[in-house]
Design a protein around this ligand. Structure first.
Ligand code: C2E
Ligand code: CA
Ligand code: CA
Ligand code: CA
Length: 279
């Protein structure tokens, strides 16, 4: 057995070893992140491409740990999903996002919505819908000011009652967005089967327009589909004026991306809104 151990060990390159170590550390510290106040939300505005006004924001999670520094969501969300910690983190992020958007609405009398990302794992919690609804009520938010972003992955995973749960959210008038559209396997029939109101076109397509003719025709097709099904469209990852103008000309409803703004801390986002509501 000892020999076997040695042999196996040879297969670990230093790089893999380092990855395993980082993983373990992330897992270890993430357990205490909420309690230690290490998490916060940042907000990236959605812009109405016709009027140029801010209409809402996507809430994105950030984690700053004293040992690990700033950890990117794609480094800790997957680990949180595997360990089940995402249930707690997800509840925390929803609560924080609802509380912050409710404050801004009151402060500026400005009706904007907040979009919160959901992980498939959260759908498996029995109390999931009740908790969402309790959070909305806690901050006296109108339910149409909350949007939940769901990826195609969720719909592909075999979650019992996913359709019923999504319909319940719809009955509460909470808006549902399909995120990263075009990267998964979902089709027209998926869109038709679930009560989505919003379709978010994945950044990878937006990055290639207007130069790449294939990306252009894909984006056109997706926008045509959205329009045909009565869904609002959001283009994510807009980085240039050219992309913005092009998407606007194609009738895309909303835009999000560094061209308008990077994700902002709650404080910065409040100032950003202040400038908007003043002008
Ligand atoms: P996503 O939902 O697709 O979020 C959009 C990501 O694109 C964000 O990265 C955002 O900062 C980035 N982005 C926005 N505009 C641009 C742009 O113009 N150019 C480029 N290159 N990037 C842009 P972020 O914040 O690092 O989040 C990464 C992913 O982590 C998210 O992808 C989402 O899947 C996940 N995530 C973040 N926060 C949460 C959360 O609270 N809950 C869950 N379940 N997942 C989250
Ligand atoms: Ca998202
Ligand atoms: Ca996305
Ligand atoms: Ca994405």
């Amino acid at each position: 057995a000892k020999n076997e151990g040695r042999n196996t060990f040879r297969f670990f390159t230093p790089k893999i070893n380092q990855q395993v170590q980082t993983r373990n550390l992330v897992q270890k510290y993430l357990r205490h992140a909420i309690f230690q106040n290490e998490l916060y939300m940042v907000y990236q505005p959605f812009i109405d491409l016709k009027s140029g006004c801010v209409v809402g924001a996507e809430a994105l999670m950030r984690w700053s740990n004293p040992e690990l520094g700033q950890v990117r969501p794609d480094q800790f969300i997957p680990i949180a999903e595997e360990t089940g910690l995402i249930v707690e983190l997800g509840a925390w992020s929803l609560d924080r996002a609802c509380s912050e958007v409710a404050q801004w609405q009151e402060l500026y009398d400005y009706s904007l919505w907040v979009a919160v990302n959901l992980s498939p794992r959260q759908f498996r919690e029995s109390n999931f819908i009740n908790e969402i609804w309790a959070t909305v009520k806690r901050y006296h938010l109108s339910s149409h000011c909350l949007e939940l972003e769901i990826t195609e992955r969720l719909l592909m995973e075999d979650i019992p009652d996913a359709k019923e749960l999504i319909e319940q959210l719809h009955n509460y008038q909470i808006r549902l967005a399909i995120d990263d559209f075009g990267t998964g396997y979902s089709s027209l029939s998926t869109l038709k089967r679930y009560p989505f109101q919003v379709l978010k076109i994945d950044r990878s397509f937006i990055a290639e327009i207007p130069e790449d003719p294939e990306a252009v025709s894909l984006v056109k097709t997706i926008l045509g589909m959205a329009q045909g099904l009565g869904l609002k469209s959001v283009a994510e990852g807009i980085e240039t004026a050219e992309q913005q103008a092009f998407l606007q000309s194609l009738g895309c409803d909303y835009g999000q991306g560094y061209y308008f703004s990077k994700p902002l801390t709650a404080e910065k986002f409040r100032d950003y809104l202040k400038r908007y509501s003043a002008s």
